[in-house]
Design a protein around this ligand. Sequence first.
Ligand SMILES: Cc1cc2nc3c(=O)[nH]c(=O)nc-3n(C[C@H](O)[C@H](O)[C@H](O)COP(=O)(O)OP(=O)(O)OC[C@H]3O[C@@H](n4cnc5c(N)ncnc54)[C@H](O)[C@@H]3O)c2cc1C
Length: 431
Amino acid sequence: MGHDPNHVVKHRIVVLGAGYAGAGAAGRLARRLHPGNTEITLVNAEPDFVERVRMHQLAVGQDLKPRPLADMFEGTGVRLRLTRVSSVDVDRNTVTVLDSDGADEIEYDTLVYALGSVWNDHGVPGAAERAYEIASRPGALRLRERLARANAGQTVTVIGGGLTGLEAAAEIAEARPDLNVALATAGDLGDRFSPKAQEHLSKVFAGLGVTVHEHAEVARVEDGAVVTLDGREIPSAVTVWTAGFAVHPIAVATPMETTGTGQIIVDGTMRSISHPDVYAVGDAGYAMGDTGEPLRMSCASGTPMAWQAADAIAARLTGGKCPHVPLRYFNQCISLGRKEGLIQYVTANDRALSFSLRGRIAARYKELVCKAAAWGVANPTLGMPVRRKRIALEAASARTTSAAAIKRRTVVDRTATGPNTSSGRSRRVRR
Ligand SMILES: Cc1cc2nc3c(=O)[nH]c(=O)nc-3n(C[C@H](O)[C@H](O)[C@H](O)COP(=O)(O)OP(=O)(O)OC[C@H]3O[C@@H](n4cnc5c(N)ncnc54)[C@H](O)[C@@H]3O)c2cc1C
């Protein structure tokens, strides 16, 4: 076959996962890079964008706005591939996907790994078989169906006193005042908040009739009860598990540097410290914030991580200066049902300050934050000026060079990008 002079070699960026982080990164990349010599493919298992931050609302019977990814990305130049990722080969730069048509491979030059997380039962006996989870849409729908069948007077026990557990307990108690809602937490109720915020939380929970079991670390989940480490038996017709998230095992099955919990360890630009063609954002990535402490799994972390990765990729491919997106916290936004809320202002490293917003205004604020997060994802190329740059010729033709040469080039690039770039040292995970 003769050489086609019109054939343009494109740099293939493949984004895995269209949650807050992946969809955010894909949209931002589409704003930054010219489609003339880049190709952005977004791979997601489900056809819709799932607002995970509203799964407790879905579980109590509220209907969420459908957000088809095809509509969201229409006209952006991002190619959508609806299929399930089963593995990643970081030596061959390929992703294996599996759908009803069988297995297929997608090749990449740059990979953005954003597969998010699932619930984490921490191996507690009985949890996987008997508890309900709200970390995923199928999980929330399963709980919704179970709550619809729950009889007045039955006890629903939420396990976990973190933000998700607080939101879930309040939402269920408000939607179903006929049920006995309880919350079991390993520490004190709201111990991460300022005294005033903690007091407000206790008041709201008392008003909603939520029974709080403090210092109640759950050792096992039984039929009709949960049993704590210190032997207390808490009645529970329906047990809702919210005690943490776990990442998919896909990354840990690769030679990439991951934490003990399977998150991909990245530098300050969200680039894998071991495999420079790979970036990881959102719950799947393990990154340090500006204060040098690890970011927690949340949208609050995932969104700036996505922006940082997209801007770093665009800068590296176009030969620009690698920018720094602030990776810090401002507040924790908690809904306590539809009428109450709590906005706890925090330090850059997520520690409670004395100031908080409480009550109806906080509920409205939280609603606005959720809407803004979904709006940002649903309008991936709106809201900031388009500066689509063509990528440097060398980067575009990278795939025609050998894999070793690509790795050499990116390693050199990585060491030359200044203070945002990690020295490559390994870090410990905090959840
Ligand atoms: C009830 C609840 C309330 C929350 N409230 C807040 C809050 O108020 N504030 C906050 O900051 N955080 C909150 N969080 C946490 C937040 O939702 C997550 O941290 C956030 O969704 C992580 O974003 P992500 O893009 O990394 O992952 P996800 O949002 O989980 O997205 C991952 C995407 O990857 C896709 N995917 C997964 N596996 C595969 C596969 N094998 N193949 C193809 N596609 C795949 C999924 O379908 C999904 O679209 C809450 C979580 C829950 C469950």
